[in-house]
Design a protein around this ligand. Structure first.
Ligand SMILES: NC(=O)c1ccc[n+]([C@@H]2O[C@H](COP(=O)([O-])OP(=O)(O)OC[C@H]3O[C@@H](n4cnc5c(N)ncnc54)[C@H](O)[C@@H]3O)[C@@H](O)[C@H]2O)c1
Length: 341
């Protein structure tokens, strides 16, 4: 078992282990809940609900099942959870557990943030992406028809409990999706290599969470340094939306990283040799995805990181060395279109 303390405005532990053993005891050490709503999705419920429930026999459990996947990261799913919490008379002493991938974590976390102006919640991530990224840092929310994650809150969990065995049942596609965020970490941190995931999964998750925790502690509300975690994401989100969310988040992030390396090479004037070297970590993961460069550039307009006419872009100077550059949105779109065409 490994443990990381996240010293955010509300400090909490991230526990990394094989299995759910002792989760009940750990929950009792962070809250006095009697009732727990276990929010999960239709795929995760048959795989892991009973395994988790076995360890939570001292609590009154209320399973809440939402649809699986990005298309259910909606206000409807959010309201379904709120309605169930209110219908079952959950109080501020009770608890929500998000058992699932990033979608369940984001929606359940947002419901916990809003219900009774905030009740405690615990993240139990079941995808690689959620384990190394979304279950830590307190970003919660849902998508609107106008764009991704447009409605949400910063709301830290009381505990993140990562059962690394959950990733055994991921489909190839979802594994690749998680790898997208893993690849991101290997660009923004010198000490994380994505190959390590295949040698020691728990250690790789530990390193990613540890890296993210330190950044969240420094800049919880993303006014500065935390923006580096968005490396590849501005373009990635646009590719994701352009695909109608048919492509997975991680696949799109990899595409976004590829485009940002091209843009960085152009911006800093890298040699072709350096650009190719910087792209090497992508070579095993990049899929040949066709998209319209014009459409991607246009879709950047609805990114919520745009302030006035400016956008903060995370550029790559070297492996482990990124820089946040503020550009005019029009300049960014022109540069992006030029390198993606
Ligand atoms: N809050 C944050 O800081 C943050 C960071 C990165 C990404 N995100 C969000 O995370 C979401 C993507 O998360 P995701 O990739 O986990 O997607 P997801 O939650 O949609 O899960 C992907 C699929 O895998 C299934 N699944 C989950 N666990 C499984 C398991 N153990 N075995 C088999 N199937 C399983 C799900 O049912 C779903 O169909 C996006 O909405 C993204 O915006 C949030």
């Amino acid at each position: 078992m490994k443990k990381i303390r996240v010293n955010a405005s509300r400090p909490y532990d991230v526990v990394i282990q094989e299995g759910f053993e002792n989760i009940g005891k750990t929950i009792k050490s962070v809250c006095s809940a009697k009732k727990i709503a276990v929010v999960t999705d239709e795929n995760v419920f048959p795989l892991y609900y009973e395994k988790l429930a076995d360890e939570l026999r001292d609590f009154s459990l209320f399973p809440l099942i939402v649809g699986a996947g990005e298309k259910y990261k909606t206000t409807e799913s959010f309201l379904k959870i709120i309605d169930a919490l209110a219908g079952n008379k959950f109080s501020r002493e009770d608890l929500v557990i998000a058992l699932g991938g990033g979608v369940v974590g984001d929606v359940a976390g947002f419901a916990a943030a809003c219900y009774l102006r905030g009740i405690a919640y615990i993240q139990c991530p079941t995808t690689l992406l959620a384990a190394i990224d979304s279950s830590v840092g307190g970003k919660t929310g849902v998508n609107l028809s106008q764009g991704k994650n447009l409605l949400g809150a910063f709301y830290q969990p009381s505990l993140t409990f990562i059962n690394t065995l959950c990733e055994d049942t991921l489909s190839e596609r979802e594994r690749t999706s998680g790898l997208g965020e893993g690849v991101k970490y290997s660009y923004i941190s010198e000490n994380i290599k994505v190959e390590e995931l295949f040698q020691n999964r728990a250690e790789f998750i530990f390193k990613c969470v540890d890296f993210k925790a330190k950044i969240v502690e420094e800049d919880e509300k993303e006014s500065g340094k935390r923006k580096i975690l968005n490396f590849g994401h501005t373009v990635g989100h646009a590719v994701e939306a352009a695909s109608g969310y048919a492509l997975s988040h991680g696949e799109c992030v990899i595409k976004g990283i590829d485009a940002i390396i091209d843009l960085s090479a152009d911006f800093y004037g890298f040699s072709d040799e350096k650009k190719q070297r910087l792209k090497l970590p992508l070579k095993d993961f990049d899929r040949n995805i066709a998209f319209s460069a014009k459409e991607i550039a246009e879709r950047i307009c609805s990114d919520k990181k745009i302030r006035g006419g400016d956008i903060d872009v995370v550029l790559l100077k070297e492996i482990g060395q990124v820089e946040i550059v503020t550009m005019k949105l029009s300049e960014f779109k022109e540069r992006l279109y030029a390198v993606m065409r």
